[in-house]
Design a protein around this ligand. Structure first.
Ligand code: ZN
Length: 385
């Protein structure tokens, strides 16, 4: 068990190489007309080149990822809307190393977890649903949780079947190997590495962000867009170090977290159809491929819009210019590529800012065709506190 616990923590680091976060640097804000959007960084890290495959040669791929890495992040988006407080995804939360940060960062917006009315999920991978849980209990006392009907159906079936990954046919072929030979393993019982390290938010940083500091989301000045910074590498956080056992343990987390969320939220977990208005002003856009029900979400308030693209992009440095490149986490690669191209084209055509779960924090920016195979991405930094 001890080895498994270590492996789960290690895998969380492989995915995102998180570092301790909990300060005002990790929350930004934008306004989209009547809606205030707070990108919150659950954890930060980088993607390893070994996670990607596609038409590029290894040498071509490496040219986009110096040192075999691309900066990445786990971003959660908190929306204060006239009709309620909405969270788009939850990060790993308390189910992963960034959890304490998420709690306190929500407070920086002037809200607490109990103030969240609705959590809308782009999909049910662990780095998007972990924050829904505090152990086996709901982290959000009041929130409804909404996910697309095909996504919930897939994970409900997957988590009810044992061993599921071996029996799900083509849909699961790209998931890590099944871990059905680890009876009794409970990823939710895993103590966090940062447990006991109180996150202290002091002084002005603890105050709600001021309205004056809010920055409109507007087309960015490309020349002013800063370069993404090189992020620190967690010790040992190299995909080269993974072995089959670790891949197996990740497969357990992938299956067990959806199961636990379904059990914890019960009737508070509901589904939506693609094309429907999930909450006022937020419409579900089909973006399947990464997972069977992967969803983009289009926020509209007055004339302003913002498109949440979930996991269409994992390594921004590689996949904006080369959208045919997939991560191993893309469960069905052909539709994942199709969704990536269609939705990024839609964003480019409409000059829509996009907000991505793994684009370097704050994860928001503008997309344009690059005149070759893909797109340019110009980040918008937003205002801090
Ligand atoms: Zn993800």
């Amino acid at each position: 068990m001890r080895k498994l616990i270590a492996s789960v923590l290690f895998l969380a680091m492989v995915i995102m190489a998180p570092t301790a976060l909990a300060n005002s640097e990790n929350i930004k804000q934008f306004t989209v007309n009547e809606v205030t959007v707070y990108p919150i960084q659950d954890s930060q890290g980088e993607m390893d080149v070994s996670l990607f495959s596609g038409p590029l040669s290894a040498q071509e791929r490496a040219a986009y990822m110096p040192g075999g890495k691309a900066p990445a992040s786990i971003n959660v988006f908190l929306l204060k809307t006239p009709s309620g407080n909405v969270l788009v995804d939850t990060g790993w939360g308390k189910s992963g190393p960034g959890g304490q940060a998420l709690t306190d960062l929500i407070k920086l917006s002037g809200l607490g977890p109990d103030d969240i009315d609705v959590v809308v999920l782009t999909h049910m991978h662990p780095d998007h649903i972990g924050g829904l849980l505090n152990g086996h209990e709901p982290f959000f006392s009041r929130a409804r949780v909404m996910v697309s009907a095909p996504e919930l159906s897939y994970w409900a079936k997957a988590s009810a079947t044992s061993p599921p990954a071996a029996e799900q046919g083509d849909d699961s072929e790209n998931l890590p190997a099944e871990a059905g030979d680890e009876p009794g393993f409970d990823p939710l019982a895993v103590p966090m590495e940062n447990e006991g390290e109180a996150v202290v938010i002091e002084g002005e940083a603890a105050a709600p962000l001021s309205d004056e500091a809010v920055e409109e989301v507007a087309p960015a000045d490309e020349a002013a867009a800063p370069e993404a910074e090189e992020l620190p590498v967690a010790p040992g956080a190299s995909a080269d170090n993974r072995d089959e056992t670790e891949a197996d343990v990740l497969a357990v987390a992938i299956r067990e977290l959806p199961r636990a969320v379904i059990a914890a939220y019960g009737d508070r977990l509901t589904t939506f159809e693609f094309g429907s208005e999930v909450v006022p002003g937020l419409t579900a856009v089909e973006a399947v491929g990464h997972t069977p029900g992967h969803t983009a979400l289009l926020l509209k308030s007055g004339e302003r819009q913002l498109l949440f693209i979930g996991d269409l992009i994992h390594a921004a440095a590689l996949q904006f210019p080369e959208p045919d490149e997939c991560t191993s986490y893309d469960q069905d690669k052909a539709p994942a590529i199709g969704s990536r191209k269609v939705i990024l084209s839609m964003a480019a055509d409409g000059n829509l800012p996009v907000a991505g779960a793994h684009i370097p924090f704050p994860g928001i920016g503008f997309v344009k065709p690059d005149g070759k195979r893909g797109f340019t991405f110009t980040p918008v930094q937003g205002s801090g506190s």
